[in-house]
Design a protein around this ligand. Sequence first.
Ligand SMILES: Cc1cc2nc3c(=O)[nH]c(=O)nc-3n(C[C@H](O)[C@H](O)[C@H](O)COP(=O)(O)OP(=O)(O)OC[C@H]3O[C@@H](n4cnc5c(N)ncnc54)[C@H](O)[C@@H]3O)c2cc1C
Length: 381
Amino acid sequence: MDFQLSNEQKDIQSAAREFAEKEFPEVGPDCDANNEFPEDVWRKAGELGFVGSTIPEEHGGPGLGFLDQALILEQFWRVDPGVAQALINCSFGSELLWWFGTDEQKEKYLPAVAESRKKMGMATTEPEAGSDVSNVSTRAEKDGSDYVINGNKVMIGNATIADFVLVLCVTNPEAGGHKKWSFLIVETDTPGYDATHAEKMGTRAADLGDIFFSDCRVPEGRLLGGKEGQGFYQLMRFFDHSRAYVAAHGLGLAQGAMEQAVKHVKKRVAFGQPLAAFQDVQFTIAVMDTKIETARNLIYKACWNLDQGTVNKRLVAMAKWYGARIGVEVVDEALQLHGGYGYLKDYPIERFYRDAKVIEIYEGTKAVEKMIIAREVLGRY
Ligand SMILES: Cc1cc2nc3c(=O)[nH]c(=O)nc-3n(C[C@H](O)[C@H](O)[C@H](O)COP(=O)(O)OP(=O)(O)OC[C@H]3O[C@@H](n4cnc5c(N)ncnc54)[C@H](O)[C@@H]3O)c2cc1C
């Protein structure tokens, strides 16, 4: 058993840390206040291989592993969750393209994503289909050599700023099993694609919006992989990988929140001594650190397994649930240790607190992750 990161992984980790510490603090607060996408940071991140990090080298990406991706995200979220989310959104769903896309689709879209020339998004959620993906009803009807899309997606990352979006649609309503759905690659300048911005509580540097398809005509060459009926299975495979590194959002956020709390309790004096001298404060920090280290082990293990070619659904679901949970718990305690100052906009912990909650909601809510774990433990009964 070897718990050491390789030298290459340590280099990736420190490069990500250095990049985030240099680039994020200057733009983070304004991007949050103004709901503004950090365009320059995104371009620089693409040049350094921090966007679409798992895209293979033959498709213009750095070809890193899932653990590498988690290491990068952990460092990014540690410094600024909003900017981090804005960057990761731009390659969200790219695995679907390199796993399942046709050669032409890979060539057209992947290098552009990896080099920060194009922003992408992935749209599955609808007003009546969130956790219950099998309720997705956006319809893509074949008409000659095109698909005509009608329907409505909600809460989609990059909806108003993406160049293209992978959209889960019903292509065959009569099909049995889970073969009703397919992904279509929709370029956002296609007539019939409309998006409106959605205001949110945290991670405000990242765009979010609703998409409306009205007779949106897409050539059949944009059917992901060129074969109908695969969308649901493709999405489940994606979640079984992406959730392992999305868990690192919670991990990085918790680490960053704890570091802010540590700094504050060493400086702030009450009853004649620094807060750090009180045992209750020390124990709070000890519990935070233990939760963080436990999550780190779980997340790295889940990602490491994926890099070995093993999809362990139970571990991935645990990592996502626990990483998100401790993100919320640790930032809550970290803000508490700041007292009233933590509630003021002057301190970054206020923003971290708002940024945390969504990790327990997107990419599978905590209930969905527990359903997967329980199913794996209980089996059929
Ligand atoms: C900031 C943000 C970014 C997002 N980005 C994207 C994106 O890029 N693309 C995209 O497609 N979607 C995106 N989403 C949508 C997100 O994936 C959904 O919000 C999520 O899947 C939950 O769906 P829902 O909101 O419809 O909640 P629901 O499914 O209605 O769930 C509501 C509550 O009920 C619980 N629940 C549901 N079913 C069960 C059950 N069987 N047993 C017990 N509890 C249950 C859930 O855990 C949850 O707590 C984003 C959302 C947010 C907030």
